[in-house]
Design a protein around this ligand. Structure first.
Ligand code: NAP
Ligand code: SF4
Length: 675
């Protein structure tokens, strides 16, 4: 008897059956743009072997003007069709099913050729769209239908028509972007004409025995978004036009409410999909912040949807479904929703991967082959770099001993998990604990390692991490000064008025930690909705609360400081930095750049501005917290080198600048693949 009866139940679609209720949602990984079709095929085939019910590819452009950026991939030539055939054949050989997403970006296209219902520029693209005329609209419909027919020719099992997240079809639905007065604008019947016509023509082009998913924006999270009656009306019309499945879209890309970041509660928007249940007779899929089989099962058992879409969890672990089906869900590498190696890469024009699983999108290049000669390997430091090395080395058959002077594994992950909004880090540390045991790694915690401890091993890996950088501020040894370690690890007493020195990832984390009191909104969906101003779309168009965000008051008066004069938080994650900034601003955290730290006094922190350092002022605070970056802890590496022992130095002990768990884990895995 499985623990996931709803999740693992097949889904009958008439002409075909899906083996379970799990959809791997569309992700733009950048793989197609590499034009290495073997690599693309292996990415999807690995997930098909892992048991997922149906996969959706990254968005394929139906034409030049609809591409997300110039040169975006699509099925334009016979050669493209043949290349996609490589992918679909490999997926089918692995007994999987795959649908191709057709994504027309409309005014979101990063291109001077972009088009839209009206010439209303989007806040996230510098290019104003050209308003389409009747002929132009017909061309878009024809191109989308042709893309669907070509997808069928390329061997896909279906297509997903992207109608949400504020893309082209979504742009016709709301008056905010559709100012037309012809038959494609004005009344809702007119505004929804395009998406409905697209689905009708797609169905006509592909025939009855082909999956057509329509991704429908169920809560726009923008002013003047769709009303709930309109959402239901559209859902009916899309069903009548021939869609086989409705997938959920949450929020436009320009919305100022986080929808998938790690601080969003798990299954935060399943209630929105649930409102549509019973309204249509085709299956409905829910989505967003569902990352474990337990949560997915819960969502289905609660009747929120017929099927669950998860995207990033399949980067973290290709075998998600197979492991769940085998009753081994604790061995699933968890997606912590950090976006650091997936969406942040996509939006920087880089190939996606996964912080937790560096093999994601690198399946053909980073392989963990069994070691020819198993060796005895000592790894010092059980933070992300050391853990990653240990797991891969053990997987390859080496005998691994993992040392740490702390009494638990996790290193800096143990600080991250203390921060409200970063609760997913608990699951990551738990997973490492499970896998250390699973792979038979000898764990020696509470051990201060010296060259003698590791004498006798065939290879030694030093992953001893970092030490806090000393900002050398006069007076910093006083009792009112703490390090981020005292705060996040030790729970040190912090006064009601705080100055934070340094506004990198850790400065922001400390500010978030100190601003909160009581339960983290990430653990309390109603509180989270209130904080960000999310309302029921049945009560207010687009689901934006009229009163706006209503955050809880900050637990402290906080000032966050840096020496650089640039905007604070500028270097945080590309897709998440704005959330950290907005969250602290909502809490009234003051952010000051361009300062010099003159001294810590009994009154507080004395700062000055600019090169002239004139007119120093004192910030009256009770506590100063130092978050001035980190330097490598190389003491053991140096001692081993002095003793003439060869070592591999990785993670923060190697390079501390711009260190994060992504680099540490990747470096560890790549080293272990070669040991
Ligand atoms: P960091 O991001 O490098 O930030 C260090 C901060 O200290 C900067 O604000 C810097 O700003 C300041 N600073 C540097 N030298 C200083 C000095 N001598 N005196 C005073 N201030 C100084 O380092 P971190 O905050 O320690 O974070 C470590 C790593 O963990 C980072 O790479 C970070 O990305 C990662 N991390 C990421 C997240 C995340 O949310 N993704 C969260 C936590 C940590 P000025 O030089 O302008 O003063
Ligand atoms: Fe999930 Fe982070 Fe991996 Fe992206 S990089 S798939 S968000 S764990």
């Amino acid at each position: 008897m499985t623990a996931y009866p709803h999740l693992l139940r097949p889904l009958e679609l008439g002409h075909t059956t899906l083996r379970n209720r799990v959809l791997m949602g569309s992700m733009h990984t950048g793989l197609e743009e590499t034009r290495d079709w073997n690599r693309v095929a292996e990415f999807y085939a690995a997930r098909a072997r892992g048991g997922v019910g149906l996969m959706v590819t990254g968005g394929m452009a139906p034409n030049k003007e609809g591409g997300v950026f110039p040169g975006a991939a699509g099925l334009f030539t016979p050669e493209d069709i043949a290349n996609h055939r490589i992918v679909t054949d490999r997926v089918h050989a692995a007994e999987g099913k795959i649908a191709m997403q057709i994504l027309h970006a409309g005014r979101y296209a990063y291109s001077p050729d972009c088009v839209g219902p009206s010439a209303v520029k989007s806040p996230i693209s510098p290019f104003p769209p050209k308003e389409l005329d009747e002929e132009g609209i017909e061309k878009q419909i024809a191109d989308i239908a042709t893309a669907a027919a070509r997808a069928r020719e390329a061997g896909y099992d279906g297509v997903e028509v992207m109608g949400s997240e504020g893309y082209f079809l979504n742009q016709f639905l709301v008056t905010h972007t559709n100012r037309r007065e012809d038959r494609w604008g004005g009344s809702y019947e007119n505004r929804m004409r395009l998406p409905v016509e697209v689905v009708r023509r797609v169905r006509e082009a592909v025939g009855p025995d082909f999956i057509v998913i329509y991704r429908l924006s169920m809560i726009d999270l923008i002013p003047n978004g769709s009303s709930w009656e309109e959402v239901v009306q559209l859902a009916h019309a899309i069903e009548d036009a021939g869609a086989s499945i409705l997938n959920t879209g949450i929020g436009w890309h320009e919305a100022r409410i986080p929808t998938i970041a790690t601080s969003v509660p798990r299954k935060a928007f399943a209630w929105v999909t649930q409102k549509l249940m019973g309204e249509v007779s085709i299956p409905v899929i829910t989505s967003n912040r569902i990352n474990t089989p337990e949560v997915a099962e819960e969502v289905l058992a609660e009747g929120c949807a017929d099927m669950v879409s998860m995207a990033r969890p399949f980067l973290a672990d290709a075998d998600f479904v197979a492991k769940a089906a085998a009753g081994r869900s604790e061995t699933i590498a968890p997606c912590i929703a950090c976006n650091q190696a997936c969406l942040d890469h996509t939006f920087s024009g880089k190939l996606s991967s996964c912080l937790v699983n560096p093999r994601a999108c690198h399946e053909t290049e980073l392989t963990y082959a069994p070691a020819e000669t198993p060796r005895k390997i000592a790894i010092v430091g059980a933070g992300p770099a050391g853990l990653s090395t240990a797991l891969v080395a053990a997987e390859r058959g080496h005998a691994v001993t993992l040392f740490d002077r702390a009494d638990r594994i996790g290193g800096q992950l143990n600080m991250a998990r203390m921060v409200p909004g970063k609760e997913e880090f608990h699951g990551l540390v738990d997973w490492y604990e499970t896998m250390v045991a699973e792979r038979g790694i000898e764990l020696r915690l509470g051990t201060e390692v010296t060259p003698d401890t590791v004498a006798g091993y065939d290879a030694v890996v030093v992953a001893t991490g970092v030490l806090p950088r000393d900002p050398a501020i006069p007076g910093q040894d006083a009792e009112n000064v703490l390090s981020y370690i005292d705060v996040l690890r030790g729970g040190a007493e912090v006064g009601p008025r705080v100055a934070i020195v340094g506004a990198g990832g850790i400065g922001f984390d400390v500010a978030e930690y100190l601003a909160h009191q009581g339960e983290s909104p990430t653990e309390d969906p109603e509180l989270w909705q209130r904080e960000w101003g999310v309302a029921d779309p049945a009560e207010i168009r687009g689901g934006l609360a009229p009163e706006g965000p209503q955050p809880e008051a900050s637990a402290r008066q906080i000032t966050l400081l840096q020496r650089k004069s640039e905007k604070l938080g500028k270097r945080l994650g590309k897709t998440t930095g704005w959330i950290h900034r907005a969250s602290l601003q909502m809490k009234g955290v003051q952010m000051i750049g361009g300062v010099n730290y003159e001294a810590v006094t009994e009154e507080g922190l004395q700062i000055s501005r600019g090169e002239a350092r004139n007119d120093p002022e004192t910030l009256a605070v009770d506590t100063v917290v130092l978050c001035a970056g980190q330097v490598p802890d190389r003491s053991l590496a140096d001692a081993l080198s002095d003793a003439g022992m060869p070592v591999h130095v990785i993670g923060g002990a190697d390079v501390a600048a711009e260190l994060d768990a992504k680099r540490a884990i990747d470096q560890g895995a790549r080293l272990a693949a070669t040991l």
